[in-house]
Design a protein around this ligand. Structure first.
Ligand code: SF4
Ligand code: F3S
Ligand code: FES
Length: 254
């Protein structure tokens, strides 16, 4: 039948201490991990803290780790696991625990605030923007991001290295810089903001050694490494080692 009893180990605790607690929970046909966490709350652990909103893979709230892999709980079908397997559900490891499965992801909001937004070209009114389809497509891919921070959680640069957090913005925000740096209408350079320089000097682009773990966990299948991080590295390297390329880029923009 479609219904069975599954074994779970769920991390329970707060910022000071915690432990894995064993539960047996009923699973029905077609359910996802978040359904089981909700049943656990309804039947055995009413005070279990979990964050979620949309149940449709769009709000980015239900991020956690299942058997050590960062995933959206609402998009992880129970059918991908063996019925006899014990599923271990833990909070995102790279961020401080608030309680149970809820972590404090404010690191990401701090990094977001450090990146200057798009600078509108002063000579154009909003309706006059013209861009090649290729440039539009690139921004559209990056803007599919739901800010689940699974990529931020999985990147080895910060995952077990709290000390790197101050110097590294993480894949999601290096992608944001890449998007703006490759945006043909961004007037940041003319207003004195060198996005390549800040990526290198303030946001730790050099820490990324393109392991692509970020890309592998992205629920929106954004090619973070290939389409954002590697191009940004190439552009930043040009700036550093080849002043003529840098000057050429400046002139071409005009
Ligand atoms: Fe999540 Fe992908 Fe956005 Fe990273 S880039 S925060 S993995 S949606
Ligand atoms: Fe980290 Fe992704 Fe680079 S996982 S090392 S940001 S390719
Ligand atoms: Fe919104 Fe899972 S609840 S992404």
């Amino acid at each position: 039948s479609g219904t069975y009893q599954a074994h779970f180990r769920v991390w329970r605790g707060d910022a000071d201490a915690g432990e894995l607690v064993d539960f047996t929970v009923e699973v029905h046909e077609g359910e996802v991990v978040l359904d089981i966490v909700h049943r656990l709350q309804a039947t055995q652990a009413p005070d279990l803290a979990v964050r979620w909103n949309c149940k449709a893979g769009k709000c980015g709230s239900c991020s956690a780790e299942i058997n050590g892999r960062p995933r959206l709980m609402c998009m992880t079908r129970m059918s991908v696991f063996e019925r006899t397997e014990t599923l271990t559900i833990t909070p995102l490891r790279a961020f401080p625990v608030v309680r149970d499965l809820v972590t404090d992801v404010s690191f990401n909001y701090t990094k977001a605030r450090e990146i200057p937004s798009f600078v509108p070209p002063p000579e154009l009114a909003p309706g006059e923007y013209r861009m090649q389809q290729e440039d539009v497509g690139r921004s559209q891919e990056f803007r599919k991001c739901i800010e689940c921070f699974l990529c931020q959680d999985t990147c080895h640069v910060v995952r077990d290295h709290e000390e790197n957090k101050a110097a590294f913005a993480g894949p999601r925000f290096l992608m944001r810089i890449a998007e703006l740096d490759m945006h043909p209408l961004d007037a940041a350079p003319e207003s004195g903001i060198d996005r390549k320089a800040t990526a290198q000097d303030e946001h730790g682009l050099g820490y990324c050694n393109i392991t692509k773990c970020c890309t592998e966990v992205c629920p929106e299948h954004i090619k973070i490494t290939d389409n954002a991080l590697i191009p940004l590295k190439e552009r930043a390297a040009d700036r550093k080692y080849d002043p003529l390329v840098w000057l050429g880029n400046k002139i071409r923009r005009r």
